[in-house]
Design a protein around this ligand. Structure first.
Ligand code: ZN
Ligand code: ZN
Length: 506
């Protein structure tokens, strides 16, 4: 027993010494000047096989009902909702809205005993393709009340009503079908003629994640996605696709630090730093303690913890920090907390970017944080319709930047709940669907990017192993190049890589 007591500290000492040795080695590597093997940029990906775009139209949809609920089934037209105009699933205390393009799954309100109900409305843009001369619209509703479904064609800045279907029938079996002459759709949208063929910078990529999405609790960082085994392959792919740099997120799991007394035991970090060193200057690592994604951060585990690494390694930012003031999982952290304010100060002082993923309910907190910390550079991104808060923020605050990643193809983008690799690729391999998504992305994002050309940048939100397969990542960049080709020529490079380069101090 005595022997064991002596042996234990010796063993711990040897293990700690070993870890220290490895740490030191990596540290030394970073102290040596990075040697970048400069090679001329060359974009040489295979062209994809999509044909010329099918006729695609922009329409405005307006549905209004005084019924308890209504829904609309559509045949003869294919459609998608314009990205993020309204959430595909919106629900609040007054109404539930669930739509997909022209189809309305649900427009409803809470049960009530009132006889006369005020109208509830959903209004949004949709991208439409036709495959026949007529389309049918079947309007369903609850027994009483009236549903009015209107369609407007949109050409430039003008709109023209092309359909008004009124269903005011009463009774149990309350479905009514209407016919639309699809030739009323005129002036198809034009698509970019040339792809952008310059460099790309992926401003939102997760360095850790899973093989697939199966954790209801959120992401568990079970795997380093760019690791010693696949790094060469992935960077060869980046070279082929013209991806010159990336912002990569790495978690610090604070449990390790509690248990192992601050020793650097996170295996992801070591390897990620080694790979960062190998591809000198191309990975811009952002760190975040897990405690910033929901568990109340004790001071030590935020600023102090990050400081330990910032002192040693080329950390460029803090994030991705998830907040959601309406979600119990995140209830203990708000963007205007003292801990967060300390972190903003620290970031400004050390020239680090703070990357935040807010929800709509965090808008007020964000305004506070951005207004009170004007020297802190804050990079945001979002999905699930949260983009609608971005125009408000970006107009008001000079210190925010925004990456359009998952939002670009939403809801057909990489990290969508439950989407498999096959489903993802099938959508993009369909000529029709590809152009519907592209038209939707251009309709929503182009005006915002052109209004703020210096602060919005491209990214992918790659999060699972299959996102790094070259057919998948290749498809995402292919789409991005079509999208960027549709922006004004003078801002294409800014969005593609220059704004990110500048934010990273390149
Ligand atoms: Zn996010
Ligand atoms: Zn993310």
């Amino acid at each position: 027993m005595k022997k064991l007591l002596i042996l234990v500290p010796v063993i711990i000492g040897v293990i700690a010494g070993g870890a220290f040795f490895i740490d030191k080695q990596i540290e030394n590597n970073f102290n040596e000047p990075c040697v970048i093997t400069e090679k001329p940029f060359e974009y040489n990906a295979e062209p994809n096989t999509l044909g010329s775009p099918p006729d695609t139209y922009l329409v405005k949809v307006n549905v209004e009902t005084t019924s308890l609920w209504t829904s609309v089934e559509v045949e003869g037209l294919q459609s998608v909702t314009v990205a993020s105009y309204i959430p595909h699933k919106e629900s609040n205390s007054d109404k539930n809205v669930s739509v997909d393009g022209l189809t309305v799954y649900e427009l409803s309100r809470p049960e009530t005993n009132e006889d006369i109900l005020p109208p509830i409305t959903a209004e949004y843009d949709a991208i439409v393709q036709k495959y026949g001369d007529i389309a049918t619209f079947k309007i369903n509703k609850e027994g009483t009340g009236t549903t009015i479904y209107k369609l407007y064609s949109v050409v430039g800045n003008s709109t023209k009503e092309i359909a008004r279907f009124v269903h005011d029938g009463i009774g149990e079996d309350s479905a009514k079908t209407f016919i639309l002459d699809t030739n009323l759709l005129s002036s198809p949208l034009s698509f970019p003629e040339e792809k952008y063929d310059g460099p790309l910078f992926d401003a939102h990529l997760h360095l850790t994640g899973q093989d697939s999405q199966d954790s209801p609790e959120g992401i568990e960082y079970t795997k380093l996605l760019i690791n010693s085994d696949n790094a060469d392959e992935i960077f060869t792919m980046f070279d082929t696709l013209g991806v010159t740099g990336l912002i990569g997120f790495l978690p610090l799991n604070h449990d390790f630090f509690v248990i192992r007394e601050k020793k650097w035991t996170n295996p992801f970090l070591k390897q990620a730093m080694e790979i960062g060193n190998r591809y000198c200057g191309r990975i811009h690592p952002f760190l975040f303690p897990d405690s910033l994604s929901g568990i109340k951060s004790r001071k030590y585990f935020t600023t102090k913890l990050i400081d330990d690494y910032v002192k040693k390694y080329p950390i460029k930012g803090i994030g991705e920090i998830h907040v959601d003031s309406e979600n119990p999982l995140y209830k203990d952290i708000r963007l205007n907390d003292d801990e967060m304010y300390e972190l903003y100060d620290y970031a400004a002082l050390n020239n680090l970017v703070v990357m935040i993923h807010p929800r709509e309910s965090d808008l007020d907190d964000l305004h506070d944080a951005l207004r009170d910390n004007p020297k802190t550079k804050v990079l945001l991104h979002s999905d699930e319709g949260v983009e609608k808060i971005i125009p408000l923020l970006i107009r008001e605050h000079d210190n925010i930047y925004y990456s359009i990643d998952a939002g670009l193809m939403y809801p057909y983008s990489l990290p969508i709940d439950g989407m498999t690799k096959e489903e993802f690729l099938n959508n993009l391999h369909s000529d029709e669907m590809y152009h519907r998504i592209l038209a939707s992305a251009l309709r929503y994002w182009k005006p915002l990017i052109e209004a703020h050309p210096d602060r919005i940048m491209w990214g992918t939100d790659a999060l699972y192993s299959w996102h790094f397969d070259d057919d998948v990542y290749g498809e995402v960049t292919w789409f991005a190049r079509d999208f960027i080709g549709g922006l004004s020529p003078e801002i294409q490079e800014k969005f593609a890589y220059k704004n990110a380069d500048r934010l990273m101090g390149l």
